[in-house]
Design a protein around this ligand. Structure first.
Ligand code: ADP
Ligand code: MG
Ligand code: MG
Length: 865
């Protein structure tokens, strides 16, 4: 099979075979956009290489043909004394991995062609500048000579001459540098830099294929869930020169702002520079808008191409361009990485512009990433009073406070030790990936908005401030202005403003922006499943409503009992010897619960709220150690011995399997009766205020039909009595949690007594696996390491086991009551992949914590598309 495609032969749909870069170079070529000539070696050839570790005969033959075709189209060939061909060799996987693999520029230069190029261009400085770059890149990528050794030589020459910038280097300096660079090859296998362009090309291709398996590429793939089997393509591309003089340059541009989503060409460039100079942060570049003044025709052409590409790809594009003597060339186009805020803005704008449909917009965002939007920011009042220590470019939004570390490794170690870490660097390189992942924020002294640090941080959703001029980092110390910063010092980083503050500033939660509201409304229209919130207090509910919850799927009443003034009544009630002694504390609790219910229902208005009656084992409310027992005994007017004895009597060996859930009501019916009375009194009050409420009352942990019917009768009796007493025509929905395997298996019977089901996936998972949720940490990691279990079933629903039980329960429930409403509450109700699964089961709603509501909402919409 064919292993090489010219750019003219490929297209954007061939990304699997040609990699993203190759497929898009081909697509742009065919769109008539100026792209240098070249060809792509396929990912299939890479697979081949992974097995044989050499370039096959077949590939070498195709390579020879491709080179002669390139010679025919460009009029240049390797080692030609008049028109020498120079190329870049560029990696490009099917999924973009920015900066993770290798590229070598200026292949084809050697001791002879460098002078040909000098003569041809009348620019020896340029020729030797290109040569030293080749020597450094080739030495690093092919022979693994550390970049630092090349940099050191460059720096030494610059310092000796007293230069500020690379641009000050003269031809003679560059020739000296070339000689010294060649010296570094003495330690390699070959001992010399290969002079044959063909040998250079083959070695470069081999190295790029091999770079698929280098450490940083593997870490990046693991982090981004990219398959190790994809392999990389290799692009061989005729060189164009951004370092050919002052009418030349190189840059990167985004068709929209990748941090905010604003619709304007955004980017940076450097005049008289090549390739990586912009991204690496070696020199701080100029904003692309400045090009409008220096080279207006080029700027207009770039804008036109940007628009054309965005319309063609129907998505925001990240472009690499080079200007050679005033001629513009595109070297790369790909869907641009962006912050979640930008992704949201762009998706909404593109719908308004008619570029994409709402469904496409909904598919563009990762549900999990939506939670970024809800990330905290620094407390604005404290921020207003704080003085920034320094300011850089706001490269990736968010706010983080943490302890500073100056190397990726130190950052990672500190993070592993449980610290919040800010990675502070002169600049970052792909080798720093481990440390960047571990950090809450990244700060660099050099580089622009498209520097490596900025791009990677935005991709990870980490806060970043780059190009902080006042910062200088050396070894284990940094200075900001005249302030000394030591490893471990606290720093607060504001990614929205670019400000840095000494110390730890407090964070507060952010509100919901307009575009998010619009977007979530689209999601709501599209989803077939509703999204409810688990909310125990009016404050939780308030937040959930702001995030667009359709109702409350779970109010855990026990959380209301842990406030001190309630806890004491609760204890008094539990410890009472006789039903009579229980009356007073129950009455006190009832009053407090009534207020809670009143406020929750009032806030929810016409939205449905499901109240779950008391669930946890009673002894959870009791004091545990001697000191606590002593204090509580005094509070309740009991002797210490008596209290100790009572606590001991209530203690259980397996509380999770013990006296909890509706078992409490079988032995102490007064508790549930009290709760329902409180609820009904709240309903009566609200009715007087003109709000008609249909309470949903949920029984936890039901196992049998008889149990369900008994609980239902108990609840219904209270409802009827209070309704009648207040001449109120109210109907209560009485349903059950489905959270034991037995309940799932006998769901058709239980449904006779239940108006609705709600899966308690936490308990159901616990009981299905016989894994105690509180104890899994001691063995689950080993299961995962050994591949015995794919994912933590408390994070992602176990479809084959727990999911099958749910399926059985749904079928059973709806056999008895075809319209039975069914929900899911529990941690996985907010997990996108679990939500998608529940959608296939025909669940009516999921209920999750308020912050997960937007995530679940989008996941539900995507499941329906
Ligand atoms: P990456 O995948 O890391 O972005 P690239 O292969 O795109 O690596 O190349 C790195 C840099 O070199 C980019 O700035 C790119 O524009 C530049 N470059 C690559 N090939 C050429 C070429 N043929 N002529 C000029 N510049 C090039
Ligand atoms: Mg690139
Ligand atoms: Mg439960």
């Amino acid at each position: 099979t064919k292993q090489i495609y010219t750019f003219a032969e490929g297209n954007m749909n061939m990304r699997e075979l040609l990699g993203g870069k190759g497929a898009n170079l081909a697509e742009m070529t065919n769109l008539g956009i100026p792209v240098p000539h070249g060809f792509t070696i396929t990912t299939a050839a890479c697979h081949d290489f992974q097995h044989q570790h050499v370039l096959s005969q077949g590939l070498q033959a195709e390579l020879a043909t491709a080179l002669s075709t390139l010679a025919a189209t460009t009029g240049k060939r390797f080692d030609d004394p008049v028109a020498p061909l120079l190329v870049s060799v560029r990696s490009g996987a099917p999924i973009s991995m920015p900066g993770m693999m290798d590229t070598i520029l200026n292949i084809g230069l050697n001791d002879t062609t460098v002078d040909t190029l000098a003569e041809l261009t009348q620019n020896p400085r340029f020729a030797y500048d290109s040569y030293r770059r080749l020597l450094a890149m080739f030495g690093n990528v092919v022979y693994g000579i550390p970049e630092q050794r090349f940099d050191d030589i460059l720096t030494t020459v610059k310092q000796a001459q007293g230069y500020e910038s690379d641009l000050d280097l003269t031809t003679a300096d560059l020739q000296e540098i070339v000689t010294q660079f060649k010296g570094l090859y003495h330690d390699t296998d070959a001992g010399v830099f290969p002079q044959s362009p063909k040998a250079q090309l083959e070695a470069a291709i081999t190295a790029v294929f091999a770079s698929w398996d280098n450490h940083r590429a593997r870490v990046y793939r693991a982090q981004n869930h990219i398959a190790d089997t994809l392999g990389t393509a290799v692009n061989v591309c005729e060189m164009v020169f951004g370092n050919a003089g002052c009418d030349s340059g190189t840059g990167v541009a985004f068709t929209r702002d990748p941090a905010t989503g604003a619709h304007a060409l955004f980017g940076e460039y450097l005049m008289n520079a090549q390739g990586e100079d912009v991204v690496s942060g070696v020199r701080t570049p100029q904003p692309v808008a400045a090009l409008q003044e220096s080279l207006p025709a080029v700027y207009d052409q770039l804008v036109a191409i940007a628009n054309k590409l965005e319309t063609h790809y129907r998505d925001m594009q990240d472009l690499e361009f080079t200007i050679e003597h005033g001629h513009l060339f595109l070297l790369q186009a790909r869907a641009g990485k962006r912050t979640t805020a930008a992704a949201l803005q762009i998706a909404c704008d593109q719908v308004d512009e008619g570029l994409i449909t709402r469904d496409e917009a909904l598919m563009r965002l990762d549900p999990e990433a939506l939670s970024d939007m809800l990330h905290p920011e620094f407390d604005p009042t404290i921020l207003a009073a704080a003085t920034p220590l320094a300011t850089g470019l706001p490269a990736s939004p968010g706010a983080a406070a943490g302890q500073v570390y100056f190397t990726a490794q130190a950052a990672k170690e500190a993070a592993d030790a449980g610290k919040k870490v800010i990675l502070v660097r002169q600049d970052t390189s792909p080798e720093d990936i481990d440390g960047m992942i571990a950090s809450a924020a990244i700060v660099t002294a050099r580089g622009g908005m498209t520097s490596h640090a900025a791009v990677v941080a935005r991709g990870m959703g980490a806060t970043a401030v780059v190009g902080v001029q006042a910062l200088s980092v050396k070894d284990d110390q940094a200075t900001i202005g005249d302030h000394q910063l030591q490893a471990g010092d606290w720093l607060s980083v504001d990614g929205a403003s670019g400000h840095l503050y000494l110390g730890e500033l407090p964070l507060v939660a952010t509100g919901v922006q307009n575009s998010l509201t619009t977007f979530l409304n689209w999601a709501k229209d599209r989803a077939t499943m509703a999204v409810y919130a688990n909310a125990d207090t009016p404050k939780d509910l308030q937040r959930a409503l702001e995030f667009g919850a359709d109702g409350v799927g779970l109010t855990r009443t026990e959380h209301m009992f842990f406030q001190p003034e309630r806890l004491i009544e609760m204890r008094r009630m539990i410890l009472a010897d006789t039903p009579q002694a229980r009356q007073a504390p129950l009455a006190a609790l009832e009053k407090m619960q009534e207020d809670d219910f009143y406020h929750i229902y009032k806030l929810a208005g016409t939205k449905s709220v499901t109240i779950r009656l008391l669930d946890p084992p009673l002894h959870e409310f009791l004091p545990h150690d001697d000191r606590e027992i002593q204090a509580v005994a005094k509070q309740l007017g009991m002797t210490r011995t008596d209290l100790t004895a009572r606590v001991a009597a209530l203690k259980e060996v397996n509380p999770m399997l013990g006296h909890r859930g509706d078992r409490l009501a079988v032995t102490f019916p007064e508790i549930y009766q009290m709760q329902v009375r409180a609820l009904m009194h709240a309903v009566v009050r609200l009715d007087h205020e003109g709000l008609t409420v249909t309470p949903h009352i949920m029984i936890p942990l039901t196992n049998t039909e008889a149990e369900m019917v008994a609980m239902r009768d108990l609840v219904q009796k209270v409802v009827t009595t209070i309704a009648a007493g207040n001449r109120l025509n109210v109907h209560a929905e009485i349903g059950t949690m489905v959270e034991t395997p037995r309940a799932c298996v006998t769901a058709s019977a239980i449904a006779h007594g239940a108006d609705f089901f709600s899966f308690g996936t936490n308990d159901l998972t616990q009981l299905t696996f016989a894994y105690s949720r509180d104890d899994v940490a001691s063995f689950l990691p080993a299961y995962r390491q050994q591949g015995l279990i794919k994912a933590d079933p408390f994070q992602h629903i176990d479809q084959a086991g727990v999911g099958a039980l749910m399926q059985l329960a749904i079928a059973g429930g709806r056999q008895t009551k075809p319209e039975l409403p069914i929900g899911v509450c529990g941690e996985v109700g907010g997990d996108p992949q679990s939500v998608a699964f529940f959608n296939t089961l025909g669940v009516n709603y999921v209920s999750c914590s308020p912050y997960r509501v937007p995530v679940a909402r989008l996941a539900a919409a995507q499941a329906a598309i």
